[in-house]
Write a protein that binds this ligand. Structure first.
Ligand SMILES: Nc1ncnc2c1ncn2[C@@H]1O[C@H](COP(=O)(O)OP(=O)(O)OP(=O)(O)O)[C@@H](O)[C@H]1O
Length: 251
């Protein structure tokens, strides 16, 4: 059963540990994200940010603990149309001869019967998402022929096309130029105003910074800060300078 209190939470993570290749990459992580919150996940390279995101969207299993989306444990969650996910890189399409239009329309897969033709409203949603990221003129091109930043823009369009209630973004604008970052931040701002929940990993929030209302900082698989965004910047910086996992030449 889902209590009303549980249902008001978009994401609930309780005592989560994740094991990758025999190593505990996340250790006892707990957090709750209310619907409508915009949360940044920060931390040095290898601190476990992508692992947390990938576990939240059900791509990695929990060794211990639990993740719930909208009150339902992820292994039983079926309402994936409510969730948009932008992975760190376009790995899914690597080597697959998909066009820009096909990749963006795959964002609607959970709403469509496989091979059913797109409805007019869905075609319009794809066109709008392609316009937002300024890739409409490349719709027929293979994504493999695009630059890294252009591929990232296609992934952003794929996440936006179904207008999900929860957007989970893993470094969505890495390698994307500043003008496109601004366009993306504006698109996110409009959705946040309508109540969309956003969870975003980023090393450089750029124009998105003003939208963040809470930061979580990970260090070596544990949450070391959870609170207002600006204090976290200092905190993330302190950990970056003194005792991150990166080799000395990076600190
Ligand atoms: N498939 C895997 N097998 C074993 N270890 C892994 C695997 N994937 C990631 N790891 C390890 O898990 C740790 C956390 O990785 P993760 O990608 O979550 O970090 P991150 O905080 O997202 O880093 P970055 O900022 O570099 O993207 C790292 O030490 C990494 O080496």
């Amino acid at each position: 059963m889902t209590s009303p209190d549980t249902a008001a939470k978009a994401v609930q993570v309780a005592d989560l540990s994740v094991d990758l290749g025999g190593r505990l990459v996340l250790r006892g992580v707990g957090l709750q994200i209310r619907q409508g919150e915009v949360v940044a996940v920060l931390g040095t390279n290898g601190s476990g940010k992508s692992t947390l995101i990938r576990t939240v969207v059900g791509l990695l299993p929990a060794a211990r603990g639990e993740v719930r989306l909208f009150g339902t444990p992820v292994p039983r969650f079926r309402q994936w149309h409510r969730v948009g996910y932008v992975p760190q890189r376009l790995t899914a399409a690597g080597g697959v001869p998909a066009t820009v239009h096909e990749v963006v329309s795959s964002g609607l897969l959970s709403e469509r019967r496989l091979f059913a033709p797109l409805r007019a409203s869905q075609k319009q949603a794809i066109d709008e998402a392609l316009e937002i990221v300024d890739m409409a003129h490349r719709r027929k091109d293979a994504v493999a022929e695009l630059s890294g930043g252009q591929q990232q823009r296609v992934l952003i369009a794929r996440a936006l096309v179904s207008d999900p209630e929860l957007l989970i973004l893993d470094e969505p604008t890495a390698g994307v130029d500043l003008a496109s970052q601004q366009i993306f931040a504006d698109a996110i701002r409009a959705r946040v105003a309508r109540g969309t929940t956003v969870v975003m990993v980023s090393h450089d929030l750029g124009p998105m910074d003003a939208l963040i209302d809470r930061s979580i900082v990970l260090r070596r698989g544990r949450i070391v800060y959870d609170g207002p965004p600006h204090a976290s910047q200092t905190h993330a910086h302190v950990h970056h300078s003194h005792g991150g996992e990166e080799p000395g030449w990076l600190s």
